[in-house]
Design a protein around this ligand. Structure first.
Ligand code: UD2
Length: 309
């Protein structure tokens, strides 16, 4: 049994991680201000303590870190909207970067004996780099405050780890989808928007010709990767892509969905989104070397997502 802190534990990825940790018998502390997450995502279990709090509150975070002897820390709390980071660059910076550095600094100053700190970054750091597949050492081109903060924090996490002997790792998520993904904003993940359209029998808008591709990775494979990089290996001070290593077009996704729901989706075509990248998928060789094996292809993953509604 381990004691685990999950910042952002009420969110889509965080709450799925919390479910897994509980299943593993861990004791979990969640810090989440519910700005993006939902209290209803948090499992009711005596093993979970939930603090509705912002990670930007230094006093609170320091007290918590000193009070609890955490074995593992997962840094998932973030403003996960690129559009929001463009609208509020300084505020999102305080959450996406500064608050995380303060956590590292607290660990350093107080010599906290953490077994692993994992930071969650994004494929957004590759920006418009056209190289495919994206390898962890591919050119970085962060184009928005969100991507800049993710990349800078990744570096902080890795280099703090090296400089001060803190066991840290970072991951770059590709297009994660699955149960509890929030479809509320037009900038939500495309699969959550398609799922919402299918559920409400409303129209789904494809921006462009639908031939753009992404590396869609089902939440359960993501959780597998997160657990592997923390409890499952001694690896430290490295960054890992988390995807499936395959690319699927939106048109293919629509086809799969129509088979699952056994009817046609209502599709509208609009102009390509400004700044949209055409293709993206991950090289997952590094993660595979540690034993990672994605188990959910797009058909299986979408079916489970649909059935979870
Ligand atoms: C993802 C991230 C983004 C950033 C980027 C970096 C999400 C939601 N977005 O953007 O934050 O990290 O990767 O590469 O994880 N689309 C439609 N109709 C819709 C919505 C989207 O056609 O209603 C298209 C969109 O134009 C794009 C594709 O679907 O071509 C995927 O869009 P997305 O926002 O899910 O993800 P992405 O990879 O563009």
């Amino acid at each position: 049994m381990s004691k685990v802190l999950v910042t952002g534990g009420a969110g889509f990825i965080g709450s799925n991680l919390v479910d897994q940790l509980i299943q593993d018998g861990d004791e979990v502390v969640i810090v989440d201000d519910l700005s993006m997450g939902l209290a209803s995502n948090i499992p009711s279990s005596s093993k979970v303590t939930f603090y509705e709090h912002s990670i930007t509150d230094h006093n609170f975070m320091q007290e918590l870190l000193l009070k609890e002897d955490f074995d593992y820390i997962y840094l998932l709390a973030a403003i996960a909207s690129v559009a929001d980071s463009v609208a509020r660059p300084y505020e999102t910076h305080q959450i996406n970067q500064e608050a995380n550095i303060f956590i590292l600094e607290t660990i350093r100053q107080h010599n906290l004996a953490i077994k692993k700190v994992l930071f969650t970054s994004s494929a957004a750091v590759y920006g418009n780099n056209l190289e495919l597949p994206k390898r962890e050492d591919s050119t970085i081109d962060p184009l928005t405050p969100y991507a800049i903060d993710k990349f800078a924090t990744e570096r902080f996490v890795i280099d703090y780890g090296k400089l001060y002997n803190i066991p840290t790792v970072a991951v770059r998520f590709f297009n994660v989808y699955g149960p509890r993904q929030n479809p509320k904003s037009p900038y939500s993940g495309v699969l959550s928007l398609i799922t919402q359209a299918a559920k409400h029998q409303s129209a789904f808008t494809i921006f462009g010709d639908g031939e753009q591709t992404r590396d869609f990775v089902f939440i359960k494979d993501v959780i597998q990767a997160l657990c592997l990089l923390t409890k499952g290996s001694n690896i430290v001070h490295q960054v890992f892509n988390v995807g499936v290593g395959k690319h699927t077009s939106l048109n293919q996704v629509i086809q799969v969905y129509e088979q699952i729901i056994n009817r046609e989706l209502q599709i509208i075509h609009k102009a390509e989104r400004v700044g949209d990248i055409k293709h993206s998928y991950a090289d997952i060789t590094q993660l595979r070397r540690l034993g990672y094996q994605p188990h959910y292809d797009i058909t299986t993953g979408l079916k489970l997502y649909w059935e979870s509604l």
